[in-house]
Structure formats: C-alpha cells, structure tokens
Design a binder for this molecule. Structure first.
Ligand SMILES: NC(=O)c1ccc[n+]([C@@H]2O[C@H](COP(=O)([O-])OP(=O)(O)OC[C@H]3O[C@@H](n4cnc5c(N)ncnc54)[C@H](O)[C@@H]3O)[C@@H](O)[C@H]2O)c1
Ligand SMILES: O=C(O)C(=O)C[C@]1(C(=O)O)C=C[C@@H](O)C=C1
Length: 366
C-alpha cells in the first residue's frame, strides 16, 4: 500500500499526537513523522511515535505535506498564525482539537490559499495525558469528526487516512460539532469535576469516603482525572454551548433536589425512569455506526501473568484482539476477562484455542 502522505509533522506530541504518530507509522500511512514539541519530542522518538524531531516550527513543517496540530486548543489558535508563512505550498493542515468553530475560523483567517485546512476531532481518548500514555490502537473503531467543504479532495484524502487508522470518519459542520460535544463530552466533564469537588469538600468523612468509593463514584467521575489544561482550553473555546447546557443542568438538578426534599416518590420514579430510558438508548458498540464487537468471556485465575498468557496464546495463533477488559477479580478466585473481536471468525478461533488450553469460556455478541 502506498503512503497517503509522505512526510507528516506533528505539532504537539502528547497522548493524542503520540497515538496518531505511532498509528500512522505502524500502518504504513506516512513515510516520516517529524515531532515538534519542546516537552515531549525526544520521548516520542524513543517510543516510536515520530521518526525525527525538530527544535523549531520552521524546520519541522518546511517539507511536510501533512501538518497535524495536536496541542491543547488555545495553543492551536496561537500556532495557526505562526505556521502561515512556514508551510509548504499544497500542504494539508489538520488538527485533533476538541472544539472546532474557533479553530476553523482562525485557520480560514490566517492560512494562505496555497494550503488546505481540514478540521479533525477523534472521539476517542482517555483521562491520561502525555506521550507515555499513547495508544496506537486509540482510533480503532472510534468516530472521527472531520470538518471540510463539499468537493474538497484534500478533505477526502484525510478521511481516507482516518479510515485506514481503523476509525469511522463523520463529516460535520463546526458549529453543529461544538453543540453536540458540549452535550456528550463537555457537560459530563463539568458534572464530573463538580461532583468530585463536592465530595472532596467533605473533610470529616474523607477516609471513609476513600474506602467506600465504589463503581458508582468511579464511573461518574473518571473523566475528572483528565488534563486540567486541556479542559480549561475546551471551556474557553466553547463557552456559549457549555454555559447554556450548564444552565439547563443546574435547573434539572434543582428540580430533582426539590423532588427529594418534598419526598415526592412518584416524581422521583418518573425522573429516574426517563433518565434510564434515555441512557439505555445510547448505543453501545455494534448498535450505532460503529462495527459490532464479538465478545468472548474467559474465566481466568488470580495469578500473575495470566492476561499475558491469554493474549500470547491468541497472538501465536495470529488472532487479533480488538478489546480487552478485566471485569471483576476477587483475590484468589480470579474473574472474567472480556475479549472483543471484530469478526465472528476470530471469536470462534479464539474460543477454540483457549478451550484447548483448558480455559473456561462463554460467548456473547455485544
Ligand atoms: N485527551 C483526550 O481524550 C482527547 C481526545 C480527543 C482530542 N483531544 C484533543 O487533542 C489535543 C491534545 O490532547 P492530549 O490529550 O494529547 O494532550 P497532552 O497534554 O497529552 O498533549 C499535548 C501536547 O502538546 C504540547 N504542546 C503544547 N503547546 C505546544 C506548542 N505551542 N507547540 C508544540 N507542542 C505544544 C505539550 O507539550 C503536550 O506534549 C487537545 O487539543 C485535546 O483537546 C484530546
Ligand atoms: O474518555 C475520556 O476520558 C475522554 O475524556 C474522552 C473524550 C470524551 O469526552 O469522550 C474527551 C475529550 C475529547 O475531545 C474526546 C473524547
């Protein structure tokens, strides 16, 4: 397969940039990747996320035919004007920023007509930051939003790159993107961080809180562990949509608070039923536009190296594991390991291999 771009420059090589660099190189989609990031370019080179580093933007982007901006959004807004006079004619510039309207406007304002800007936002990530947290499979089966005009062949070229990364490109207008992510990504972060702060304020019970915090608290606050700088920048570049939704959320919380205060059991039941109905409709994998994952549950004992052993057996048999998750482990008892496969054939093959080696397995199409 030929390269989609010969030479890519990554400006910002943190968790997302590093994942992208490794994924593009690993899949043979680009020939070289130059990393420009004073804080992490050397580490990125060590981790194989880039093939070379550059100390300045000028040196880094001079010969690049793809430039990916993967720094926090406010930095991206500052980088765009600096890049304008440094880019090679015909270069394609894209980003991975969590907000799109301000970035698209800035790109249109400052970039020369000889280059094309294609907005990008992979809907994949985690609460971890820094290049050490890179994951070359981050984009597999993830929705990847792209913002570009109809008939823009460079936009289609970036969409091909995204597809070859294993992601699902979804074309969307910047304003619509920002409104939707404010609901499904930014408001959840505001809620999670406020929830964490509310609980943290309870000094008296602090120790017992740490002991009792189970999956409810963990599930609803995981994202509060995300990079403060990234979330500050998201808030500063999507203010209106976030504050509108927070107003609605505060109203909703007040209504629920009043139901609790007045002991309105019927009202509470109705509230929880409506919330549950909606939450149940949010598609898991295989029900929305993302491909089905075929799940195999493997019961593993609580012993060191068991996950490596299972992965090794499947790897030796040439079977690709798309997802791996350890569900519950009780000390000395072990627990189920969920393995996700993209094809039913891989699922059946994996089942055969593991059974042959004495593992108890259970199938489920998820
Ligand atoms: N973390 C996620 O889940 C996620 C998911 C999708 C998109 N994003 C977006 O991706 C971007 C990067 O996020 P991340 O999670 O990789 O953060 P990160 O903190 O891991 O990486 C950001 C990197 O940018 C570098 N940087 C900052 N300013 C720079 C500059 N002027 N020039 C060069 N490098 C610079 C930092 O040194 C750091 O290494 C952000 O815009 C974020 O909104 C994040
Ligand atoms: O999974 C997480 O921890 C994330 O915060 C990822 C998440 C999201 O909200 O889904 C966060 C911001 C990015 O713009 C895209 C993805």
């Amino acid at each position: 397969m030929g390269f989609i771009f010969e030479r890519a420059a990554l400006v910002g090589v943190g968790m997302v940039g590093g994942s992208l660099g490794r994924a593009m190189l690993g899949r043979g989609l680009v020939k070289d990747v130059v990393g420009i990031d004073p804080a992490s370019a050397d580490k990125a080179l060590e981790l194989g996320a880039v093939t070379e580093t550059a100390a300045t933007l000028k040196e880094g982007v001079a010969h690049a035919d793809l430039v990916v901006l993967a720094a926090p959004v406010m930095a991206v807004l500052e980088l765009l004007p600096q890049l304008a006079s440094l880019l090679k004619g015909g270069a394609v510039v894209t980003d991975v920023s969590s907000t799109k309207a301000m970035v698209m406007d800035k790109a249109a304002e400052v970039l020369p007509g000889s280059v094309t800007f294609v907005g990008g936002h992979p809907m994949a990530g985690s609460e971890k930051d820094g290049v050490e947290a890179l994951d070359e499979n981050l984009f597999e089966n993830a929705v990847y939003v792209l913002t570009y005009g109809a008939g823009d062949s460079q936009g289609d070229r970036v969409a091909t790159l995204v597809e070859k990364l294993g992601a699902v490109p979804v074309k969307m207008d910047a304003g619509q993107h920002d409104r939707v992510v404010a609901s499904v990504s930014h408001l959840p972060h505001m809620a999670a961080s406020a929830l964490a702060e509310t609980v943290a304020a309870n000094d008296e019970d602090r120790e017992r809180i740490m002991t009792l915090a189970a999956s409810g608290f963990r599930d609803t606050t995981r994202v509060a562990m995300g990079s403060p700088q990234m979330w500050r920048d998201i808030c500063l570049t999507n203010q209106e949509h976030i504050t509108d939704l927070m107003d609605t959320y505060i109203k909703e919380l007040t209504e629920v608070r009043d139901l609790v205060a007045s002991g309105d059991g019927t009202g509470l039941l109705e509230h929880f039923e409506r919330a549950r109905d909606f939450r149940r409709q949010v598609p898991g994998r295989g029900k929305g536009i993302l491909p089905t994952v075929y799940n195999l549950f493997v019961y593993v004992p609580d012993k060191t190296g068991v996950i490596g052993e299972v992965a090794g057996l499947l790897g030796d048999a040439g079977i690709n594991i798309a997802e791996i998750e350890l569900l519950r482990v009780r000390e000395e008892e072990g627990g189920p390991l969920r393995l996700g496969f993209i094809t039913e054939d891989s699922l059946r093959l994996a089942e055969g291999v593991l059974k042959k080696h004495g593992y108890r397995t259970e199938l489920q199409e998820g």
